[in-house]
Design a protein around this ligand. Structure first.
Ligand code: ZN
Length: 65
């Protein structure tokens, strides 16, 4: 049985670079984008948005109406 350590890399490290198209921070997976958003902006609602094969995060204002 392996012990699972709770290792959380710094959110900044999750970004793999900037998008050549829109200049946003780029993430490889939807999950990494989400995690990075949560790490960098706790309490602020972001959503992952796809951009080609990449993922970005987008600020969500006003969940409903
Ligand atoms: Zn993009």
């Amino acid at each position: 049985m392996r012990t699972k350590r709770r290792f959380t890399p710094h959110p900044d490290k999750l970004a793999v670079g900037l998008c050549p198209d829109c200049g946003k921070a780029t993430y490889r997976t939807r999950r990494e984008a989400k995690r990075a958003a949560r790490g960098m902006f706790p309490g602020v609602h972001h959503r992952p948005i796809p951009c080609g094969q990449r993922w970005h995060i987008e600020l969500v204002r006003g969940e409903s109406r």
